[in-house]
Design a binder for this molecule. Structure first.
Ligand SMILES: Nc1ncnc2c1ncn2[C@@H]1O[C@H](COP(=O)(O)OP(=O)(O)O)[C@@H](O)[C@H]1O
Ligand SMILES: [Mg+2]
Length: 339
């Protein structure tokens, strides 16, 4: 039998570099013999490591300065691979950039194409698409860095339509980087300054008080399936960077204990969100649930969700009877079916 040759791209320039390496290690440990997987690590400066150095980086974590491969991804021999798994999060990995490059190289790849990747990454575009389809979201407002720097009073006035607490976020990031919760006007100014460090475009959202955070996995191309609903439980004020990445700070509950109609609504909305941005392969769709109001709000779609064996996305599918290894196989099949 011919083995499928898989190029596994990992690391990358985002804050989620390490998470991506952990996901890649999990994938390498789990894939069956029918696949020959070559990992290729992109370092934090965007340079490619050689194949040998990539393996070393994944095994020991040690990278030497001469490990960088001369040339860029477009120089690798495309005929050596049947499919690419871009397991990269955040800017350059999840935002359509790498997807565009792979498309130009005529290499089938796991996950969403350029459009869905870009729309899913950009919180303002994503919300505009979701609201065009009447999906339930919190009230929000877009602010440019330029407006905040040049006309702060006007910006603050415009934002008085929203009520505190507010969440202020860079439009294109992830892992909660640059996100703050503001409970008053002075906090809002600080939060806008902070978000403006990371992006030209900022989103200010009305906060859902005591929100429960629910997540649904979606798997498939044109006829995708929704997983059971999972919940992230933690003790902090919100799901910030430290809570996300410090061992033991957050706990996953699958399935989430919910009124059946809320769980059904979550899964239905997850599929609608996936279709709305024209996602493919996989995505994790995240929600806020206000128990007191018994209302669900769509928060975001992630087209390259965390993919370690203990991450929410694979765990959701495990609960649906699809093991981690089977999930990888399905994703690789879907990548080839897509074209
Ligand atoms: N409108 C909101 N109401 C309540 N909590 C929020 C809101 N927006 C963000 N948060 C909190 O901030 C976290 C990160 O925000 P999110 O939009 O998911 O950004 P990221 O793309 O970085 O994950 C959420 O998981 C949640 O804990
Ligand atoms: Mg999030």
């Amino acid at each position: 039998m011919k083995r499928n040759r898989v190029l596994l791209l990992c690391g990358g320039q985002s804050e989620e570099h390490e998470v991506s390496l952990s996901s890649a290690r999990s994938v390498l440990a789990a894939v069956g013999d029918q696949f020959a997987v070559s990992p290729l690590v992109i370092d934090k400066s965007g340079s490619l490591l050689s194949f040998e150095a990539s393996c070393r980086a994944l095994n020991s974590g040690g990278v030497r300065s001469d490990d960088v491969m001369s040339g860029a991804l477009q120089n690798i021999a495309t005929e050596d691979f049947d499919v690419v798994f871009p397991l990269l999060h955040g800017p350059f990995g999840e935002d359509g950039s790498i997807q565009g490059l792979l498309k130009l190289m005529s290499l089938p790849f796991v996950g969403s194409d350029v459009l869905a990747s870009a729309v899913g990454m950009d919180k303002l575009m994503m919300k505009a698409v979701f609201s065009s389809q009447q999906m339930p979201q919190v009230p929000y407002c877009g602010v440019t860095r330029q407006a905040w720097q040049n006309q702060p009073e006007q910006v603050l006035k415009m934002l008085t339509d929203l009520s505190f607490p507010l969440f202020v976020k860079p439009a294109n990031l992830g892992s909660s980087v640059g996100i703050s919760k503001a409970i008053d006007r002075s906090g809002l100014s600080k939060a806008l300054d902070e978000a403006a460090k990371y992006d030209r475009r900022i989103i200010v959202e009305q906060g859902v008080e005591n929100a429960r955070e629910l997540e649904v996995g979606v798997l498939g191309n044109d006829n995708p399936q929704a997983s059971p609903v999972g919940e992230i439980c933690f003790n902090n004020d919100f799901y910030d960077y430290d809570t996300k990445y410090t061992e033991g700070q957050a706990e996953l509950k699958i399935p989430a204990e919910l009124p059946p109609e809320i769980a059904a609504q979550c899964r239905d909305l997850a599929l609608r969100a996936f279709a709305a941005i024209d996602a493919a392969g996989l995505a994790r769709v995240d929600f806020f649930y206000s128990e007191t109001k018994n209302r669900l709000f769509l928060n975001e779609i992630n087209t390259v969700p965390g993919f370690t064996t203990t991450s929410m996305y694979p765990k959701l599918w495990e609960a649906a009877g699809i093991s981690y290894g089977e999930l990888i196989e399905k994703l690789l099949e879907l990548a080839k079916e897509k074209r």
